[in-house]
Design a protein around this ligand. Structure first.
Ligand SMILES: Nc1nc2c(ncn2[C@@H]2O[C@H](COP(=O)(O)OP(=O)(O)OP(=O)(O)O)[C@@H](O)[C@H]2O)c(=O)[nH]1
Ligand SMILES: [Mg+2]
Length: 252
């Protein structure tokens, strides 16, 4: 029997799985946290399952973080309702085995790297591990992915440049050349997004940012928040388009 292209959850709703992969301290949990807050203030109905964090006493992820959201009906698909489950892996080296489990069945991958100069080797190790685990699927287009550099709020002298990251992507074999690397690379700052989002209710024009139901209007997103949500939104679209393409090619 052919495997279903869209997996369904226990309620029979088509659900895609997106996983954030990357070294410890890159900001994976921070991204899921900020995105969950954003969804809650913009549209609480779209939060199907609240963020669950399984972390160790230091606050670092010990197994994974997970949250499930709903896509408005008809968005990007003719399916009546869809869900997307967002996971982040535990980045510390000692959790390598758990990462393999968390990555199982993922439909889209966000690689999140840390531009802090002292974290460079951690990025290299993480990308090499990823190539061992999923290199074939990533380089052949079977698994949609994007690469995100977080913490662009840091001063330039404290962080590696996007050019250095593009060269690294080529070096580990994730992409053929820097041209391809450029199309995959996104930059943002979870910290700026968090600060800007939390500052919003203190603004004089706060009331104007809300719709008649008291929800934050999507157009009111600060620039930093647009940038932080962008990789998740892009990846969701990429995965849905990829699956629709698979359905089309099967029916031909
Ligand atoms: N300057 C700066 N710091 C950030 C940013 N995002 C996250 N951090 C900080 O980086 C640290 C690690 O963030 P986490 O989100 O816990 O990192 P993680 O990738 O989930 O780490 P693991 O769970 O160990 O894999 C925290 O101290 C965050 O406050 C950012 O955009 N800028
Ligand atoms: Mg974490």
């Amino acid at each position: 029997m052919k495997q279903a292209i869209f997996k369904r959850d226990v309620e029979g709703v088509p659900t895609i799985k997106l996983t954030v992969f990357g070294p410890s301290l890159a900001g994976k949990t921070s991204l899921l946290t900020i995105y969950s807050i954003l969804k809650k203030v913009e549209n609480p109905d779209s939060v199907y399952s609240e963020l669950k964090k399984i972390d160790d006493p230091s606050g670092r992820t010990a197994l994974f973080d997970q949250s499930v959201f709903e896509l408005p009906k008809g968005q990007g698909t003719s399916l009546p309702l869809m869900r997307y489950a967002l996971y982040s892996v535990a980045g510390q080296e000692r959790y390598k085995e758990t990462r393999k489990v968390v990555l199982k069945g993922t439909d889209g991958l966000m690689v999140m790297l840390d531009p802090m100069v002292e974290q460079w080797e951690e990025n290299v190790k993480s990308l090499n591990e990823l190539m061992d685990l999923l290199g074939d699927q990533l380089t052949t287009g079977k698994l949609p992915w994007v690469l995100v550099i977080n913490k662009i709020d840091l001063p330039p002298e404290e962080r590696k440049t996007s050019t250095e990251f593009m060269d690294l992507m080529v070096k580990v074999g994730l992409v053929k050349d820097t041209g391809e690397a450029f199309t995959k690379l996104l930059e943002m700052s979870c910290l700026s997004a968090r600060n800007d989002l939390l500052a919003m209710p203190k603004r004089k024009d706060w009331r104007e940012q809300l719709d008649s139901s008291g929800r934050l209007r999507k157009e009111a997103r600060p620039e930093s928040v647009i940038k932080a949500a962008h990789p998740i939104e892009v990846l969701t679209r990429m995965v849905i388009e990829h699956k629709i393409q698979m359905i089309r090619s099967r029916s031909q």
